[in-house]
Design a binder for this molecule. Structure first.
Ligand SMILES: NC(=O)c1ccc[n+]([C@@H]2O[C@H](COP(=O)([O-])OP(=O)(O)OC[C@H]3O[C@@H](n4cnc5c(N)ncnc54)[C@H](OP(=O)(O)O)[C@@H]3O)[C@@H](O)[C@H]2O)c1
Length: 281
């Protein structure tokens, strides 16, 4: 594993997502997570109270129980509808119970919704003081929302913005990722493999992608992941419940792609030429 050092934390460049980890193949899901931690050091794991209405957190408890807690970096999220009602402590407590742990490493507001920013910051700071969470952050915040957050008292304590970012959806490169870098906010890319079957296949079956991947001794999926982390300024989380897929995705993933191959890839999947509103899933 390679790491990014951010505000005193050592964060794996690549971790696990758990959206749609629903327990339908619980033993395979747990085996894959353990394998990823043991073989690749994927100790960054992202979940949310929303995922399966708490089921993903419950599955994760099987991992948290097995490992030295200090080795794992657990990211969890509160829903805006609960934040709007001020249920920060209650939701965090319930997540901790489902996870079977006494702290969350990074607690995010899942998306902006109608949540009052200063109230959110105050509540997150309170949770951090209580020790229930170690850091707090946001998800799906575009640049103007980050600016509004930073105008709040203690807003600059925001550790991370978790955003949609992959080879195809590169809108965040225009000004959001640079803003986050300038303001010492970690960007964590979600859906690095394009989330849905059809979108992923559109990329992985692209002849140009296949050719470049082969030349780089990567798979199309590991090329996609490698692209997202290419500058070592963004970390990412992908989901898989298959050891076969995991090995495929991690093949030579940290080997930087050659400049000519990146240029060719960028011809196919160009960077944004103008500002688009941040895409969300
Ligand atoms: N903050 C937010 O609003 C937000 C939104 C979306 C996602 N997220 C987080 O980001 C994580 C990752 O994003 P994501 O789950 O949306 O999408 P993703 O990681 O881009 O793609 C996951 C999908 O790709 C499949 N897959 C992975 N490797 C594969 C391979 N080698 N061959 C074929 N299929 C493969 C997985 O199925 P298999 O299990 O069969 O491999 C799964 O269906 C989520 O799990 C979640 O934790 C956050």
């Amino acid at each position: 594993m390679e790491y990014l050092f951010h505000r005193g934390e050592k964060i794996p460049l690549i971790g696990f997502g758990t959206y749609r980890l629903d327990g339908s193949m619980k033993s395979e899901e747990l085996r894959t997570l353990s394998y990823g931690i043991d073989e690749y050091g994927m100790s960054l794991i992202d979940t949310a109270e929303m995922y399966g209405d708490g089921i993903s957190e419950k599955i994760l408890s099987g991992i948290i129980r097995k490992y030295d807690r200090s080795r794992l970096f657990i990211v969890d999220k509160i829903l805006p509808c609960n934040a709007e009602k001020g249920l920060y402590t209650e939701c965090c407590k319930r997540s901790l119970e489902r996870l079977g742990t006494d702290h969350i490493d990074l607690y995010l507001l899942h998306w902006k919704g109608n949540v009052d920013m200063q109230d959110m910051v105050d509540n997150m700071e309170q949770l951090a003081k209580s020790g229930m969470i170690r850091h707090w952050g946001v998800s799906n915040f575009d640049t103007h929302e980050m600016e509004a957050l930073f105008a709040c008292s203690n807003g600059p304590n925001c550790f991370c913005d978790q955003i949609l970012y992959n080879l195809v959806d590169r809108g965040a490169e225009y000004d959001l990722i640079p803003w986050c870098i300038d303001h010492d906010v970690l960007t964590m890319a979600y859906s690095p493999l394009c989330n849905s079957h059809n979108s992923r296949i559109a990329v992985t079956s692209d002849e140009a992608v296949k050719r470049i991947a082969q030349k780089e001794q990567k798979t199309p999926e590991s090329l996609m992941l490698s692209f997202v982390i290419r500058e070592r300024k963004t970390v990412t989380v992908f989901k898989t419940s298959s050891i076969l897929h995991l090995n495929n995705n991690m093949k030579n993933v940290f080997e930087p792609a050659g400049a000519d191959d990146i240029t060719e890839l960028e011809k196919r999947y160009p960077p944004p030429a103008e500002k688009y509103p941040l895409k969300k899933i």
